[in-house]
Design a protein around this ligand. Sequence first.
Ligand SMILES: NC(=O)c1ccc[n+]([C@@H]2O[C@H](COP(=O)([O-])OP(=O)(O)OC[C@H]3O[C@@H](n4cnc5c(N)ncnc54)[C@H](OP(=O)(O)O)[C@@H]3O)[C@@H](O)[C@H]2O)c1
Length: 235
Amino acid sequence: MKRALVTSATSSIGQVIARTLATAGYEVVLHYTSNDELASKLAAELQADVLQADFADKTAVDAFVAQLQSQPKFDVIVNNAGVSRRNDDKNFNEWQTLFSINAITPAIIMGHADELVSDDGAIINISSVYGGERFGFVEMKAYDASKAALNSLTRTFAKQLAPRVRVNAVAPGYVDSRWNKDLGSEERQKLANEQLTGKFITPQQVADLVLHCIQNEGLDGEIIYLDGGQSLKTI
Ligand SMILES: NC(=O)c1ccc[n+]([C@@H]2O[C@H](COP(=O)([O-])OP(=O)(O)OC[C@H]3O[C@@H](n4cnc5c(N)ncnc54)[C@H](OP(=O)(O)O)[C@@H]3O)[C@@H](O)[C@H]2O)c1
């Protein structure tokens, strides 16, 4: 049975990626950070192994990689973990935390691909439209810059790991996820209207594109925007 690792499988998007890969026949290994209850529930539902690690903590990341090294190799790794929040430009720790979770840990995982990923394997990084060249949310510079770094890492690791392992990124626009669930309908529609389509991207659309990246061997080193046309908006 093919094996897949999904980081932050307890996130809004991660859960759906994990379920989609399980349905596609993968034995899924779930990573999470703090949500023990959801991680256990998901593990039972998908009959999956579960690993806990805080990606902002170097010691925890080293221990996580060591745990992965002790397992059979993965056919697929989905670097889905990512935290978005406003950051104080003058706060070193905030920059460090966001970069550690969003870019450095995926880099460390990809850096171990020789030991962690099997031949003909695929790595998919979950980036964001905000990592794109012409994007920038002034209050979220660390998020945007860390996703831009993840895009760059996607390209350089694709070169390094070719032809054995393909590396691609999916860069969503606004996804209908837990952070916008509690907004009022007017505010939700305003965010949905950030997409040309006037609709949020769904977690299932992200998961379907992840599966497509795994299956389509013509894709390598690509940053694929799944943003309902958001990145075309100029005004
Ligand atoms: N939602 C969107 O609109 C959107 C748009 C573009 C890109 N993305 C990207 O999609 C991915 C998933 O986002 P999401 O919206 O599904 O997330 P989410 O529902 O907001 O959940 C956040 C996740 O971050 C995890 N997390 C928190 N601190 C962490 C740490 N120190 N180390 C590792 N993980 C940590 C949490 O783990 P626990 O559950 O265990 O606490 C949780 O699963 C991210 O890479 C995000 O940047 C999202």
